[in-house]
Design a protein around this ligand. Structure first.
Ligand code: FES
Length: 177
C-alpha cells in the first residue's frame, strides 16, 4: 500500500477556535504573539512522516528561529504547532530554544491561557488553574501537567514533533501517549 499525504486542513472544533481566539487576545498583552488567528492550513511539504510540522508565524509563514531568538530570555512565543494547536516556545538564557514546547490547552476543560511573566506561570482564565514555567500544575482544578512537544531546529526553521518519550517532569510515560 502506498503512503499518501492528505491535502485537507487539520480539523479544529468550534470550541478550539473560540478558545484559541480568546487566548490570542490575552497573549498579545503578555508576550510575543506569532500565531495566526485565521490560518490553520498546513501544507503537506511541511509535515514529517512522524507527524511533525514546521512552526508558523502570524502570517501563516514558516518561522525562522532567528525571529524568536532575538527576543529576550524567558520570552514565550506562541506559534502554530501540531494539529494547529497554539504552542509556547521558550527562549532560554543561553539564547537557544527550549527542547520542548508547551501546548496552550488547559488540562481541565481545554481553555487557552496566557503566560504571566511577573508570576512566572501560565494562568488559565477559565477556572483559575495555574502551571509553573515547565507546565506542572501549581493549582487546580487542572488534573494533569500541560502537554509538551519536542522542538528542534531544521536548518533555520523550527520542527515540532510529538513527545512520546518519558515526561521529564514526572519521570513517567506521558498521559497523552
Ligand atoms: Fe483551565 Fe478550567 S479550563 S482551569
Amino acid at each position: 500500500m502506498s503512503e499518501s499525504i492528505s491535502l485537507e486542513s487539520p480539523s479544529i472544533s468550534r470550541r478550539q477556535l473560540l478558545n484559541f481566539l480568546t487566548g490570542a487576545v490575552v497573549a498579545t498583552t503578555t508576550g510575543t504573539l506569532l500565531y495566526p488567528a485565521a490560518k490553520f492550513f498546513v501544507t503537506p511539504t511541511e509535515m514529517g512522516k512522524d507527524g511533525s510540522i514546521l512552526a508558523k508565524d502570524i502570517n501563516g509563514n514558516l518561522i525562522p528561529a532567528s525571529q524568536i531568538l532575538v527576543e529576550p530570555p524567558g520570552t514565550r512565543a506562541l506559534v502554530a504547532g501540531l494539529a494547529a494547536e497554539p504552542t509556547y516556545l521558550t527562549v532560554q538564557s543561553d539564547g537557544t530554544l527550549h527542547t520542548w514546547g508547551i501546548v496552550d490547552n488547559c488540562t481541565h476543560l481545554g481553555c487557552t491561557f496566557p503566560w504571566n511573566p511577573n508570576d512566572n506561570q501560565f494562568q488559565c482564565p477559565c477556572h483559575g488553574s495555574r502551571y509553573d514555567a515547565d507546565g506542572r500544575v501549581i493549582r487546580g482544578p487542572a488534573p494533569l501537567p500541560l502537554k509538551i512537544v519536542s522542538v528542534n531546529l531544521e536548518e533555520e526553521y523550527i520542527r515540532i514533533s510529538p513527545w512520546t518519550e518519558i515526561d521529564p517532569r514526572t519521570g513517567q510515560k506521558p498521559w497523552w501517549v
